[in-house]
Design a protein around this ligand. Structure first.
Ligand SMILES: Cc1cc2nc3c(=O)[nH]c(=O)nc-3n(C[C@H](O)[C@H](O)[C@H](O)COP(=O)(O)OP(=O)(O)OC[C@H]3O[C@@H](n4cnc5c(N)ncnc54)[C@H](O)[C@@H]3O)c2cc1C
Length: 422
């Protein structure tokens, strides 16, 4: 169907997760008349599921990972995020909530071998200048309470843990005149052309046709640059633009959640060269605490696992990581998550941010980690053509043609089906 109206913008960003919102903020700050299109709700993919840890490389070091590239990329992130959280740097994230200013790392009882193996790496990496700060060994009196009887050693890393939705809200709120919902393709829908159409001439992406609602006629948006920051949804967008979507890889996870009278915890249990469990905590609407369990526990059991199987696995993993900890009286739930990243030729986990040119004026991006979003946004804006002068007023035109403002996606634990552990 032919478009009914035409709009002009400097930059169109697809996807309102951490990557797209940060890129939009940075592009607008650099003077671009940029808009963002979201087909669900803001942060609906991985961003609302993220555990919110601003890694600085400490976890990699302690588990003996020698991926120096990954650690160099991530080393400066805690300090960088702190400057946004304090409001010193733009975008100003002073409205966001820091759940913990540090993250712990513990070795469970009975893992002396792992302790020797992994701690040997720290001095080497510190002297190679790939760690922002050395993990600090805590005196027993400083250990978080659940580790009292479970750990042989606890370290503290200066890595903040953030309430991810509050960060998305702090980023989006000043930009709500530039963030729009549209009828985009589903994440796995690489077929039908109804939802979105890219018009290209040779290598140049000229315009995109999108609709504010399913029963409305499309609007053509001509733009100087297109940034696909739709996480897993990038595959569907790429295929609409005749770009091979297999430049993306996905990794399924099954996140486990526990809820009840739990202490707040933010940390990783590391042994055998692996992050066995990463625990972060959130407060539920009834005041109870929800633990989100990531790490190796989430990599196993990704297929259609029954709740009974998930519970069995969780009990046995917690018995190893938190010996003596009782699940009695708690409730459990799980959900399936999918990590979307740039394709690694060996199917390994990529380390740094990924930005790939898919046209003369079009890029597809994956931050790889929530923590790396500021770095990715900087790289995106460095690639953009100069802003149009005077500004073309894309924000006003989009609102005029009926594109609504998207909601912020709920946290997974707010939508979960909980069952009693006992
Ligand atoms: C369970 C889990 C825990 C994690 N924990 C951490 C952590 O503690 N620290 C860390 O650094 N990293 C963490 N990560 C990684 C981090 O969450 C991701 O790297 C990051 O959120 C990716 O952000 P994104 O904006 O690229 O994608 P997403 O967050 O997936 O956002 C994509 C957005 O695009 C939208 N979209 C989809 N299709 C379309 C379309 N066709 N058109 C327009 N919009 C579209 C989606 O609705 C969504 O809003 C975690 C990931 C997972 C899954």
């Amino acid at each position: 169907m032919a478009p009914e109206h035409r709009i002009r913008a400097d930059v169109v960003v697809f996807g309102g997760g951490i990557a797209g919102l940060w890129a939009l903020a940075q592009a607008v700050a650099a003077g671009h008349d940029a808009i963002l299109l979201e087909n669900q709700s803001l942060g609906y993919g991985q961003s609302r599921q993220a555990q919110g840890i601003i890694h600085g490389g400490g976890k990699y070091a302690l588990r003996g990972v020698g991926d120096v590239a990954a650690m160099r990329a991530i080393r400066d992130m805690p300090a960088r995020w702190r400057s946004h959280l304090s409001g010193e740097a733009e975008p100003d994230l002073s409205a966001a909530t820091t759940l913990s200013s540090v993250c712990h790392l513990w070795l469970p009882r009975g893992s002396w071998r792992a302790r020797l193996e992994s701690w040997g790496m720290v001095p080497v990496l510190t002297s190679a200048n790939v760690l922002a700060s050395r993990p600090r060994k805590l005196a027993r009196s400083e250990w978080p309470s659940p580790l009292d009887t479970s750990a042989v050693a606890v370290m503290q890393m200066d890595e903040p843990v953030l309430d991810t939705r509050s960060v998305l809200s702090a980023l989006a709120t000043p930009l709500l005149n530039r963030v729009f919902a549209y009828q985009g393709p589903g994440e796995d829908d690489t077929q039908s052309d109804a939802a979105v159409q890219f018009m290209r001439r040779d290598d140049i992406w000229n315009e995109v046709h999108v609709r504010p609602a399913a029963d409305e006629r499309p609007v053509a948006i001509e733009a100087g640059a297109f940034v696909l920051a739709a996480g897993r949804g990038n595959a569907a967008l790429l295929s609409r633009a005749d770009v091979d979507p297999s430049i993306m890889q996905t990794r399924p996870l099954r996140m486990v959640m526990l809820r009840g009278n739990l202490p707040k915890m933010y940390g990783h249990c590391v042994f055998g060269g692996k992050t066995r469990i990463t625990i972060t905590s959130a407060t539920m609407s009834d005041g109870s605490t929800c633990w989100q369990l990531g790490g190796e526990i989430a990599e196993a059991g990704v297929d259609d696992e029954s709740m009974k199987q998930t519970l069995r696995r969780t009990k046995s993993e917690l018995a190893r990581c938190l010996p003596g900890f009782s699940l009695s009286g708690l409730r459990i739930a799980s959900y399936r998550a999918v990590r979307a990243e740039a394709k690694d030729p060996q199917n390994r986990r990529p380390s740094g941010v990924h930005l790939e040119r898919v046209g003369a004026n079009a890029w597809v991006v994956w931050p790889t980690k929530w923590a790396l979003a500021p770095l990715l946004a900087e790289e995106i804006v460095a690639q953009l053509p100069a802003p149009a002068v005077p500004a073309v007023g894309a924000d006003r035109a989009m609102a005029q043609f009926g594109f609504p403002v998207p909601e912020l996606a709920p946290f997974p634990w707010e939508e979960a089906r909980w069952i009693d552990v006992d």
